[in-house]
Design a binder for this molecule. Structure first.
Ligand code: FAD
Ligand code: NAP
Length: 535
C-alpha cells in the first residue's frame, strides 16, 4: 500500500453520473477524484457498442440539462442517438469541462472502508492505491455488471464469444458466419435485425418472449433542433416534474373512461409516434389489469400482422406478463426479422440449452454448428457493481451482508451504518424507471447540497437512521404492490440472477414525486438522516 491521498470526495465511475458529480463537486471548491475501471469516460456508452445500440429516451432529453451552454452547443442528429454519438457527446463534455485531469482511468475500486473515529473512507483500487475521503459517491451504474450464464462447456467453444455489454471496439463482421444470439431483451432486440442482415444464419435463443414497440427513429431536422433549443428551459422543467424524466405528462383519462374508438385512436397515435411511451398511453396501464389487457390486445394485433409464420408468432407473443412490467423494448424491424429465411427462433423454454461444446450449442433436441455466440443476457442490475466492491461500514459491517435480503436504503441515497456514502441512481430510487441523465443530475445536486449544508453547519457526517430506512423500504413495497410490476419475473425484482433475493428494487411513484420527496427531506433539515458532529 502507498501513502493515501486525502480528499473531500471520491467518486466511483465516469459515466453520465460520475462526470457530472466531478464537475459539480469541483465547482463547490471540494477536492475530488474519480476512479474509473475503464480506460475512458462513458460508462454504459463506452462498453455497449453492439450493432444497433441506441438510447430509447429522445436524445435531446437524454443529455445534460445543467449547462445551457452545453445544450445549445451540442446538436443531436437523430431522435434516438447511436451509442457512438452518445459516447462522442460524453467525450466532448469531458474535454469542454476539463474533467479528465481528476479521473484515474483503469482504476477499479476494490474496497471502501470506514474509519468510525474520523468518518473518513479509505478507498482502495486494484493497484493497491489508497485514497481517503470525507464522502464517497458510488456512480458505478445500475446496468454495468454484465451477466454471462455459466453454460456447461462454454470454455470449450472453438468459435468467438461476445457479450453485447463488452463489444469489441473495432466491431465484428459476421458475414458468412453461423451465429447464435442468446437473450431477447432490449440489447438483443436492437442487435438481432442487424446481425441477421450480416450472418449466414442467425439462431435466436429466446427464454421469455418480450414486448417491443417500433422505435420510430428519424433524423432530426434543423427546424426540430432549433425548436428544442429555443424551448429547452421549459422542456427540462416539465421533465423534472414528470413520471419518467421526459417532457411528457401523459393523459389523465383512464383506459376505460374513453370509448373503444377513442382508445384505439390513442393507442394508434402512440404506436405511430413509436418508442417506450406506448406504455403510458393511459395512466392506469401499469396498475389495472383490464387496462393493461387493452394495450396488450392492440400490441398483439399489430405484431401478429407483421409475422408470416403463425407458429413463430405464437412463440414471439408473450403470455406470462403484462405489457410494460418488464422494461419495454424498442426496435427497428425486430419481429419482421423472423420472416427471413436465414433466421431461426429457438425457445429455450421448449428446448433448453444443455451444453456448449467445441463446435456449437446442444439443446435438448439438437446440436447447432456455430462460428459465434453473442450473449445479450443482461446485467446484475442495480446492485451488481456495488456488490463487487468490499464496502465496510460501522462496526466492520459489510454492505453485502447488510443487503443479503435485498438492498437497504433511505431514498436510495444512504443506508444506516454507512455514513457519508451515497449511491447515485441505485436501488431504492426511481433509477432505470426514469431518464437516467436527469436522474443522475438530481441525485448529484441533492448530495452536493447536503455536503454544503454539513460544511456550513459544522457537521462531519450524515447517516440515514434505521427507522427511515425501514419506512422507505416499506414504502417501496407498498407502492410496488399497487402496480402490475410484481407479476413479471424481471430484473426490476432481481429475478434474472439465480439466488438474488426477490425484492422490487425501485421507487415506482414517479420521478417528479420522488424529486419532491428528496427536496422536502432536505428542506426539513435532512429528516430521517442523523447529522453528526466531530467527536
Ligand atoms: P454507467 O454509465 O454504467 O457508468 C458506471 C461506471 O462505473 C462504468 O464506467 C464502470 O466501469 C464504472 N465502475 C463500476 N464499478 C467500478 C469500480 N468498482 N471501480 C471503478 N469504476 C467502476 N437509460 C436511459 O435513461 N435512457 C436510455 O435510453 C438508456 N439506454 C441504455 C442502453 C443500454 C445499452 C444500456 C446498457 C443502458 C441504457 N440506459 C438508458 C441506462 C444507462 O445505464 C444510464 O442511462 C446511464 O448511462 C448510466 O450512467 P451512470 O454514470 O450512472 O452509470
Ligand atoms: P435484459 O433485458 O435483462 O435481457 C436479457 C435477456 O437474456 C432476456 O431475454 C433474458 O431472458 C435472457 N437470458 C438471460 N439469461 C439467460 C439464460 N441463462 N438463458 C437464456 N436466456 C437468458 O438485458 P438487456 O437486453 O441488456 O437490457 C437491460 C436493460 O438495459 C434494459 O432493460 C434497458 O433498461 C437497458 N437497455 C436499453 C436499451 C435502449 O433501447 N436504450 C438497449 C439495451 C439495454 P428472461 O427475460 O427470461 O430473463
Amino acid at each position: 500500500m502507498t501513502a493515501a491521498e486525502e480528499l473531500d470526495v471520491v467518486v466511483v465511475g465516469a459515466g453520465f453520473a460520475g462526470l457530472y458529480a466531478l464537475y459539480k463537486f469541483r465547482g463547490l471548491g471540494l477536492s475530488v477524484r474519480v476512479f474509473e475501471a475503464a480506460p475512458e469516460v462513458g460508462g454504459t456508452w463506452y462498453f455497449n457498442r453492439y450493432p444497433g445500440a441506441r438510447c430509447d429516451v429522445e436524445s435531446v432529453d437524454y443529455s445534460y440539462s445543467f449547462s445551457d451552454e452545453l445544450q445549445q452547443e451540442w446538436t443531436w442528429t437523430e431522435k434516438y442517438a447511436t451509442q457512438a454519438e452518445i459516447l462522442a457527446y460524453l467525450n466532448w463534455v469531458a474535454d469542454k469541462l476539463d474533467l479528465r485531469r481528476d479521473i484515474s482511468f483503469q482504476s477499479r475500486v476494490t474496497s471502501a472502508v470506514l474509519d468510525e473515529d474520523t468518518l473518513r473512507w479509505s478507498v482502495v483500487t486494484e493497484d493497491a492505491t489508497v485514497t481517503t475521503a470525507r464522502f464517497v459517491v458510488m456512480a458505478t451504474g445500475a446496468l454495468s455488471a454484465a451477466i454471462t450464464p455459466a453454460f456447461d462447456g462454454l470454455d470449450s467453444f472453438g468459435g468467438a464469444i461476445y457479450h453485447t455489454a463488452h463489444w469489441p471496439h473495432g466491431g465484428v463482421d459476421f458475414t458468412g458466419k453461423r451465429v447464435a444470439v442468446i437473450g431477447t431483451g432490449s440489447s438483443g432486440i436492437q442487435s438481432i435485425p442487424i446481425l441477421a442482415e450480416q450472418a449466414e444464419h442467425l439462431y435466436v435463443f429466446q427464454r421469455t418472449a418480450n414486448y417491443s414497440i417500433p422505435a420510430g427513429n428519424t433524423p432530426l431536422t434543423a427546424e426540430q433542433v432549433a425548436e428544442v433549443k429555443a424551448t429547452y428551459a421549459e422542456r427540462r422543467r416539465v421533465s423534472f416534474r414528470s413520471g419518467g424524466g421526459s417532457p411528457y405528462l401523459g393523459t389523465t383519462k383512464r383506459t376505460m373512461e374513453v370509448s373503444p374508438q377513442e382508445r384505439r385512436e390513442a393507442f394508434e397515435k402512440r404506436w405511430r409516434l413509436g418508442g417506450v411511451l406506448f406504455s403510458k398511453t393511459f395512466p392506469d396501464q401499469l396498475t389495472d389489469q383490464a387496462a393493461n389487457d387493452e394495450a396488450r390486445k392492440f400490441w398483439e394485433e399489430k405484431v401478429r400482422a407483421v409475422i408470416d409464420d403463425a407458429g413463430v408468432a405464437e412463440l414471439l407473443i408473450p403470455d406470462d406478463h403484462p405489457i410494460g412490467t418488464k422494461r419495454i423494448c424498442t426496435d427497428s424491424n425486430y419481429f419482421q426479422t423472423f420472416n427471413r429465411p436465414n433466421v431461426t427462433l429457438i425457445s429455450v423454454r421448449r428446448t433448453p440449452i444443455v451444453s456448449v461444446d467445441v463446435t456449437g450449442i446442444n439443446t435438448t433436441e439438437t446440436h447447432l454448428d456455430l462460428d459465434a455466440i453473442v450473449f445479450a443476457t443482461g446485467f446484475d442490475a442495480l446492485t451488481g457493481s456495488l456488490g463487487k466492491i468490499d464496502i465496510v461500514g460501522r462496526g466492520g459491517e459489510r454492505l453485502s451482508d447488510d443487503w443479503a435480503d435485498g438492498p437497504r436504503s433511505y431514498l436510495g441515497l444512504g443506508d444506516d451504518g454507512f455514513p457519508n456514502l451515497f449511491v447515485v441512481t441505485g436501488p431504492g430510487a426511481p433509477a432505470v424507471l426514469a431518464n437516467m441523465v436527469l436522474h443522475a443530475e438530481s441525485h448529484v445536486d441533492w448530495i452536493a447540497e447536503a455536503i454544503g449544508y454539513l460544511d456550513a453547519h459544522g457537521y462531519v457526517g450524515i447517516e440515514a437512521t434505521p427507522e427511515a430506512v425501514e419506512n422507505w423500504l416499506a414504502e417501496l413495497n407498498q407502492r410496488a404492490a399497487t402496480t402490475l410490476f410484481p407479476k413479471a419475473n424481471s430484473w426490476y425484482l432481481g429475478a434474472n440472477v439465480p439466488g438474488k433475493p426477490r425484492v422490487f428494487l425501485l421507487f415506482i411513484g414517479g420521478f417528479g414525486a420522488y424529486n419532491d420527496i428528496c427536496a422536502e427531506v432536505a428542506a426539513a433539515g435532512y429528516r430521517g438522516f442523523e447529522l453528526i458532529k466531530a467527536r
